[in-house]
Design a protein around this ligand. Structure first.
Ligand code: C5P
Length: 206
């Protein structure tokens, strides 16, 4: 069974995917981490984010077994990720690893922006998880404050909207629901509520 979960930044798709992976006992790949790893590699080496040749070289070196969520989850690395994610050669380099993960025996759950449309168009179940920009910015703000760091809601809201704009309007694999995706709006749901709805959508489809 392959479950494809897509949605914008801070929609709750990451938490939901991890919970579904535990529930259905499937391996899980957060494909956002693969793009973040490219952004992080460039930033750490003090290299520019707008050089496709360099970014592609970094993408070819990404090792799915070594993606460290603690390091890669920083807000500025997400911004860097969405800049390199517009580059077709970066997407192509990561696509093969993402597909291999999806096609392992027994199935998998992948989450990202283009799983249902590009990475796994034949997935058994596709979910598109959304929430309003304000709700997503508030979640991000709370998450950062929870770590004891400073967070400015207005700045985060502006970043969320800018990232949506970049992710939805790029030419290659833009963020959009697959035709046969189930829409799950988590604006008014807590984590448990979103999880229950997702489980019942998956079980109905199987
Ligand atoms: O989901 P996350 O915030 O970790 O993703 C970081 C960035 O990576 C996104 O803003 C998006 O530009 C890019 N991405 C993508 N395709 C995916 C997953 C992430 O373009 N499948």
């Amino acid at each position: 069974m392959i479950i494809a979960i897509d949605g914008p930044a801070a929609s709750g798709k990451g938490t939901l995917s991890r919970q579904l992976a535990g529930h259905f006992m499937l391996p899980h790949l957060d494909t956002g981490l693969t793009f973040r790893a490219v952004g992080h590699a460039l930033l750490s080496a003090d290299l520019p984010l707008d050089n496709e040749v360099l970014a592609c070289e970094m993408a070819q070196k990404v090792d799915l077994g070594k993606l460290d969520r603690n390091i890669l989850s920083a807000h500025h690395i997400g911004e860097a990720a969405s800049k390199v994610a517009v580059m077709p050669s970066v997407r192509k380099a990561l696509l093969e690893a993402q597909r291999n993960f999806a096609n392992q025996p027994g199935g998998a759950i992948l989450d990202g922006r283009d799983i249902g449309t590009v990475v796994c168009p034949d997935a058994d179940v596709k979910l598109f998880v959304t929430a309003s920009p304000e709700v997503r910015a508030q979640r991000r703000t709370d998450e950062i404050l929870g770590k004891g760091q400073d967070a400015d809601f207005d700045q985060i809201l502006q970043d969320v909207k800018m990232r949506d704009e970049r992710d939805m309007n790029r030419a290659d694999a833009p963020l959009k629901p697959a035709e046969n995706a189930h829409l799950l709006d988590t604006s008014k749901l807590d984590i448990e509520g979103a999880f229950q709805q997702a489980v019942s959508l998956v079980e109905k489809t199987l």
